[in-house]
Ligand binder design. Structure first.
Ligand code: GTP
Ligand code: MG
Length: 450
């Protein structure tokens, strides 16, 4: 996908799902233009690719815990199959569409859609499982018309069973946890005892808590309506929380819910108590899901500022490299020129240059030789100076500006640093104004909701 196509597709999706962010695309365009002019980005690259535009909410957990049922209830549509045996054997990425019917697409469709943070997911899967080249075996895509998913992406995952799970699926779960803005880990109140949770705890929870951003993980005990039979809700929640705490998970992120349409609770008093717990916790979970969209919008807007500052910070190291290149090449050219001058003087003194035609041939020969040596030495210096920087952006820009046909005495002087800095500061200002606009919008949205 070319940067132009990417801007266009992002714009189209944002118009439908999160129109607030449409104008930020122009800021990214400007940023790309400046970075390409200097050479920090290659022509086919764009900063829009360096951030995910749609927040990702992934739902993982033990098998038959009710992950798919939760998603169906959340979306208000039967998008996913559910059942008491292990139903899902692949990840389902769910996003928004304007079409009324649910659209199912194979996993390869993810590669061509800029909404997804899985940039070239096929390549990623090949890395995880070199034998398996077929992404469709692990991932499918569904697009659903539901207001609740606008601007977001949900991932439903296969039930977790470390014993039988293929290595690629385990590693993909880790990969998805890393990419996610919010992770809901589902447990089943029918088997909350540490024994049954062991595999899940050992793998999922371990990789979630070692993650630097552990705050994004919520632990959800589902199907608590099943506690009604023995009326032991507090015991079950207590045992489950103790098992998680033993793994080092701090409380405050534990929730207990059930699916209202699937529950059958006989005792009305108990039903009321359970419903109260469920409603409170579900509201907190849904608030977290909504907040993810706001947080991501801020991150996208803030990224313009961060990138602009990054470019400013690269300008001086780049200048240093260019000066080094120029200086070394001037020295090398002076030495070569001096050598040839001495050679010509020597030839002249010894009467080798007495005939005119002979002189011309020798001069052309000497000049060509000088040019060849200059180009060889130039390429050598260029490569050795480029190696002095381990920053890819700076190196790219340096290599762009020192191509063999560029007049090296003028290297770096075609682009005015001051002008670039001024443009970037203006962009930072624009980004700050945009963030202010986001603040105003979200504050008024919150007021509307109250
Ligand atoms: N009583 C009750 N049953 C539920 C609840 N949530 C889900 N179920 C039932 O539990 C079974 C499993 O639900 P699913 O939504 O398929 O579970 P899952 O976690 O997606 O399962 P896999 O995809 O196979 O891992 C289904 O028969 C659901 O009807 C709940 O809150 N209460
Ligand atoms: Mg499922």
């Amino acid at each position: 996908m070319t940067p132009q196509e990417r801007y266009q597709k992002l714009k189209e999706h944002l118009l439908q799902e999160n129109p607030l962010l449409v104008e930020v695309i122009d800021e990214y365009k400007e940023l790309d233009k400046i970075a390409k002019k200097i050479g920090f980005l290659q022509p086919q690259q764009t900063y829009t690719e360096t951030i995910s535009w749609w927040p990702l909410i992934s739902i993982l957990g033990t098998f038959s815990a009710g992950k798919s049922s939760f998603i169906n209830e959340f979306l208000g549509k039967k998008v996913q199959d559910t059942g008491n045996q292990a139903v899902d054997d692949k990840f389902t990425v769910i996003c928004y569409t304007q079409k009324d019917e649910i659209v199912s697409l194979p996993g390869v469709a993810l590669d061509a859609d800029p909404r997804f943070p899985f940039y070239n997911i096929s390549k990623e899967i090949e890395k995880l499982d070199p034998k398996e080249k077929n992404i469709n075996k692990y991932i499918q895509l569904k697009a659903v018309k539901s207001e609740r998913i606008k601007g977001k992406i949900l991932i439903d995952s296969p039930g977790f069973d470390a014993d039988i799970q293929r290595d690629a699926i385990l590693r993909m779960s880790d990969h998805i946890i890393n990419l996610s803005d919010l992770v809901l880990i589902f447990f089943d109140a029918r088997h909350p005892e540490p024994g049954a949770m062991r595999d899940t705890l050992d793998h999922l929870v371990q990789s979630a808590i070692t993650h630097t951003d552990a705050d994004k993980v919520l632990y959800i005990l589902n199907q608590i309506d099943t506690c009604a039979k023995e009326d032991n809700l507090e015991d079950i929640i207590g045992a489950w929380q103790r098992a998680l705490s033993q793994k080092g998970i701090v409380s405050g992120k534990f929730y207990a819910i059930y699916n209202k349409s699937l529950a059958t609770i006989q005792n009305p008093e108990l039903a009321q108590r359970l419903a109260k717990k469920r409603d409170e916790d579900l509201q907190l979970i849904e608030e977290k899901i909504d907040k993810v969209l706001i947080d991501r919008s801020y991150r996208i807007a803030k990224n313009v500022e961060t990138r602009a500052k990054e470019i400013i910070s690269y300008l001086y190291p780049l200048d240093n490299l260019l000066s080094k290149f120029k200086f070394n090449l001037i020295i090398a050219d002076t030495i070569t020129a001096a050598f040839f001058l001495i050679l010509i003087l020597y030839l002249y003194k010894n009467d080798f240059l007495s005939s005119h035609s002979y002189t011309l041939i020798i001069l052309i020969f000497v000049l060509s030789l000088f040019l060849v040596i200059h180009l060889k030495v130039r390429s050598f210096i260029r490569i050795s100076v480029a190696k002095k920087s381990d920053n890819l952006f700076i190196r790219n820009a340096f290599l762009k500006q020192t191509k063999w046909y560029k007049p090296y005495l003028l290297v770096g002087s075609f682009i005015s640093k001051k002008k670039i800095e001024r443009q970037l500061h203006q962009l930072i200002e624009k980004s700050k104004n945009f963030i202010q606009k986001l603040n105003d919008q979200y504050i008024s949205l919150q007021k509307e909701q109250v």
